[in-house]
Design a protein around this ligand. Sequence first.
Ligand code: AMP
Ligand code: ZN
Length: 435
Amino acid sequence: MIFNVEKETLPRDELAALQLTRLKNQCERVYANVPFYRKAFDEIGVTPAQISSLADLPRLPFTEKQDLRDGYPYQMFAVPKDTIVRLHASSGTTGKATVVGHTQRDLDNWAEMMARSLAAAGLTSLDLIHNAFGYGLFTGGLGVHCGAERLGATVIPVSGGGTKRQVDLLRDFGATALTCTPSYALYLYDAAREAGVDIRELPLRVGVFGAEPWTDEMRADIERKLGISAVNVYGLSEVMGPGVAQECAVAKCGMHLYEDHFLPEIIDPVTGDVLPPGAVGELVLTTLTKEAVPLIRYRTRDLTSLDYTPCACGRTHVRITRILGRSDDMLIIRGVNVFPQQIEAILIDMEGISPHYEIEVSKAGNLDNLEIKVEFSEAMFVSDEVRHIQNREQRLQKAIKDYLGVTAKVRLVEPQSLRRFEGKSSRVRDLREKK
Ligand code: AMP
Ligand code: ZN
């Protein structure tokens, strides 16, 4: 079902006209109300009045995460504080958090976009949504919550944590949809098995997963283990939260980005040049309707590409392809660029399941050392002899060398010995000195 047929299927020329009007309006508002933007526009000699077409977008200044940090907490706000009805902060693990405020209209738009997303995932007002995204400053929990209410579905605000209890709730309440990080979906699966609950036999039929990178291989694994249809949801707190883009259950091929509210570009992360549709680069988003904290050309650091080809679902909004990783997550190992998701895809491919794993990069003399710890499955642990274990390790090492061109040391470790994650997973430890 399409939640907002008028907006989600707007012909592209009408969409472009709407975007231009909104872009001009946003630029005028930030120029008038946010000193950071007035300065940035003045420095490059552009005034909002000079914007006459969407092709002028690349002339506008970028906004970086650091700019939001420098403006901590309220300097990027474009409205008086008494019109702010809610604050969120990014999960930022490095440096200061970034604070984002929302007016009532911002929250209404967000709820609508998240409702569109849940509908695109195949949900309706008849569904029961077990929301295991964390509630709090993190946008996942409340973002999905308000979207579910807007859809008219029943939302169960479970939040993260208490995994054993979550299994009971899933079984007892009979939720038809699960929303959380993909790694938490697998954690729930493990916990359910331990408790003797087969999730495939429960009414659960749809999963909407996001907040961290995952792969098509992992999707297949989750769908099989939980007996559900799983789709991808994308968002970031600086720009809004979950519901910036959503994969439709019809095509399951990239996430429709709500272009009536956001203007996307893909740039070369090094030169900042705009890249053509289809090229992989860094996603840059300009908000078109945000009142509290509008952003012009915000550099997300997320790597993806834009797909403007028509989608079978009928939505006209552009699709972003699965996020390949963050430009700041890329590991350079002996000169080779490696994304953790590439390693994950190989592990799933070879083992036939999503393994729990940890990547550690260290320095031995001048050389980078890549070590990957992968958990055995219970079955392997019982039946495998030492010889077999070594064989498996060597096969994985060879596959990583063949596909990625880097030498890794793979170590199989005991079941349940690696960390589990209730929210975003963090599987990479880089012990090298940062430049
Ligand atoms: P936060 O600051 O907590 O809102 O986190 C936002 C970041 O989470 C994004 O910039 C992405 O790096 C990541 N993220 C969110 N959704 C997805 C997704 N579906 N796939 C990959 N990464 C995602
Ligand atoms: Zn679609």
